[in-house]
Design a protein. Structure first.
Length: 302
């Protein structure tokens, strides 16, 4: 496995791999790799001749400076883990290297250089984190430009993001965006780099999100199809934890996975996804569950 610190060097590496007829799989990350990331790398290694992992903490997608500054970073450990999982290349770079010649005098990317995230960015995360999805779409499109992968792999935990990044493919539909199931800890908590910042009590409090998703899934299995009813189940499940000050809920919503909408869809659904965002201590967590699909288990994928 190679480790490169310059995206242009990674671009040359990828061009060479393609010239040899190799399919390329890309796994974009911000580092602090956990088993969820590693599952994406393993899948890419199974489906492509070469697997590339980017490690870049993208300032464009952080709406809170403190969140950006506290994001865990250990490139050497990330490279080791990625290599063991099957990566052939890990690369990183500075902000000015990813956007060479485009930054203004203050070292910032002008607004006109930001990519439109599209309609999937409206509502929920888009409302709570202004500019976040534009930052995501901008760096993902840039990563696609540098690496020109055959396939790109993302996790389902960032559900709305997965809809946004599909719009970053080119006019031919390349790369193919593959969204892989969320991996969970044995408790059911969705794996996330942010979990490292939870203390023991907060990890227990975070499980209220899992309990609420299980309750919504149970209501669906019992025949509930009305969106307002399903959102009511989520709210009722979370209410005791909110009242106790254990979590602060930003949204607990249900959407139609076949047709994204910024606001609650009317009436009954034939398929549904429940989405949550909450603060546990100082840590913001998100999670989701497709209500019409596999049962919501403990450490199982969802």
């Amino acid at each position: 496995m190679e480790l490169l610190h310059d995206p242009t060097a990674a671009q040359a590496w990828c061009e060479d791999a393609r010239s040899r007829g190799h399919d390329l799989g890309l796994v974009p990350t911000m580092g602090a790799l956990h088993e969820g990331h590693l599952s994406l790398i393993r899948r890419s290694a199974q489906e492509n001749a070469r697997t590339v992992v980017s490690v870049f903490v993208n300032p464009l997608q952080f709406d809170e400076a403190a969140d950006f500054e506290s994001y865990p970073q250990d490139l050497d450990e990330d490279a080791r883990l990625a290599g063991e999982a099957g990566a052939d290349l890990v690369f990183t770079g500075r902000f000015d290297q990813f956007f060479a010649g485009e930054l203004d005098a203050a070292g910032e990317l002008p607004a006109e250089h930001l990519r439109d995230a599209g309609p999937a960015a409206f509502g929920l995360e888009g409302d709570c984190r202004e500019g976040h999805f534009s930052g995501v779409a901008t760096i993902v499109a840039r990563l696609f430009r540098f690496t020109r992968p055959t396939r790109a792999y993302f996790g389902a935990k960032d559900y709305q993001q997965s809809l946004v990044v599909r719009g970053c493919s080119d006019d031919t539909g390349r790369p193919e965006v593959i969204v892989c199931p969320t991996l969970r800890e044995s408790s059911g908590l969705a794996m996330s780099s942010r979990n490292q910042r939870l203390n023991e009590a907060e990890r227990e409090h975070a499980l209220h999100l899992v309990v609420a998703l299980r309750a919504a899934h149970g209501a669906w299995e019992a025949g509930a199809r009305d969106v307002a009813e399903l959102e009511g189940v989520l709210a009722a499940s979370l209410a005791p934890a909110v009242d106790a000050g254990e979590i602060g809920v930003e949204y607990a919503a249900v959407r139609d996975p076949e047709q994204w909408s910024a606001t609650r869809p009317d009436g009954c659904l034939t398929s549904a996804v429940a989405l949550l965002a909450a603060r546990v201590g100082t840590v913001r967590l998100i999670d989701n569950a497709r209500l019409d699909q596999i049962p919501f288990g403990g450490g199982d994928v969802l």
